[in-house]
Design a protein around this ligand. Structure first.
Ligand SMILES: [Zn+2]
Length: 348
């Protein structure tokens, strides 16, 4: 079983320890966040959040033929509603899978209900990050929070999923990608979806396991697979369309929707996270506003200063995965990824 709080650093350290100068020992005020433009309106989810006799905020659609149970989760982070826009769209289209079972999940409606375009980052969660608590010990333990209570409520659907895609978006600009977690099954699923093309395998966050890291998808021999879509910037129209493409590709390739005649996409690009750079001082500063998915050619390129420490690329062709341009103390500032040379085998 996966322990709570897994993480990994597999490569040469990107950090060079320095000595703090007198100035660096002085306290600094945190850097304010810029104002983020909100270019998509929050969807009206009221038809789906009422009690249908099942779990509120989860809608099931059954196919006539047997097939896999596909679960699409949105709003694990309450302010990332591009995925919820797409699920709402599918429901308004009255989507009916040809086979299997489709479950559409609005995971944290309480956080979503607090969305405020004047402070759009505030409604990520109510009490705690809902994507850091997917561990049996925590879910079965005595602790309670808005997010834990809701995770326990939706757990029966998660535990019966054969295929799960968790729909997210990014605060800072970056290339859309699919996080495949640490399992080969996640990589295969991401490769099967094929859109977006960038697949990033990783070992999660030290602060707790994500939904895709849950034992249902990560226990050895489990037939279920999960991946996480990071479809682009949170409140951009392009992010909604990228999510729509990925969701429909998943539904076609899993047989729930008819296959299309479109030309095959180019093979995916597979990267592996080797290092998690955490801000160890409140003075962490990138040397410039890097973009997620940017590849730094030269080994040893200065990325950031963290108090007295320098952060440099530990190898050539180093990809920056979702840099957080204003990391707070102890937060992940960036993850570094290297290309996986072998191609992902196609899924039959
Ligand atoms: Zn998210």
């Amino acid at each position: 079983m996966m322990s709570c709080g897994s993480g990994a650093r597999l490569g040469r350290s990107p950090r060079t320890r320095g000595r703090p100068t007198f100035l660096e020992t002085l306290p600094t005020p945190p850097q304010p966040l810029p104002r983020f433009a909100v270019n998509i309106a929050p969807p009206d989810l009221s038809p789906w959040l009422t009690d249908h006799g099942g779990i509120p905020g989860i809608i099931h659609r059954e196919g006539a033929q047997p097939g896999p149970h596909v679960v699409l989760t949105s709003l694990i982070h309450g302010n990332e509603y591009a995925g919820a826009v797409v699920l709402d769209r599918l429901l308004r289209e009255d989507i009916r899978p040809a086979r299997g079972r489709l479950s559409l999940v609005f995971a944290n409606p309480q956080a979503f209900a607090r969305f405020d375009p004047d402070n759009p980052v505030a409604s990520r969660f109510v009490e705690e990050d809902m994507n850091r608590l997917w561990c049996r010990q925590v879910l079965s333990g005595p602790r309670r929070s808005v997010e834990l209570d809701r995770a326990r409520a939706i757990l029966p659907v998660i535990e019966s999923a054969d295929i799960l895609m968790d729909l997210h978006s990014m605060l800072w600009p970056g290339t859309p990608l699919i996080l495949a977690g640490r399992m080969e099954s996640g990589r295969r699923l991401a490769a099967m979806i094929g859109d977006p093309r960038l697949i990033v395998s990783d070992h999660g966050h030290q602060s707790g396991p994500r939904l895709i890291d849950f034992e249902r998808f990560s226990a050895p021999g489990s037939p279920a697979a999960a991946c996480l879509l990071e479809a682009g910037a949170h409140w951009n129209k392009d992010t909604v369309e990228a999510t729509d493409h990925a969701v429909r590709a998943l539904l076609r390739h899993s047989g729930l929707l008819p296959a299309d005649e479109a030309a095959p996409l180019p093979p995916p690009r597979h990267m592996m996270v080797t290092d998690i750079v955490t801000a160890q001082t409140p003075r962490f500063r990138f040397v410039r506003p890097f973009r997620g998915g940017e590849v730094i050619r030269r080994r040893g390129t200065l990325l950031a200063q963290d108090g007295p420490d320098e952060i440099r690329t530990p190898y050539p062709d180093c990809m920056l995965v979702m840099p957080n341009l204003r990391p707070g103390l102890g937060q992940t500032a960036v993850r570094l990824a290297t290309v996986v040379p072998e191609s992902v085998p196609p899924t039959p």
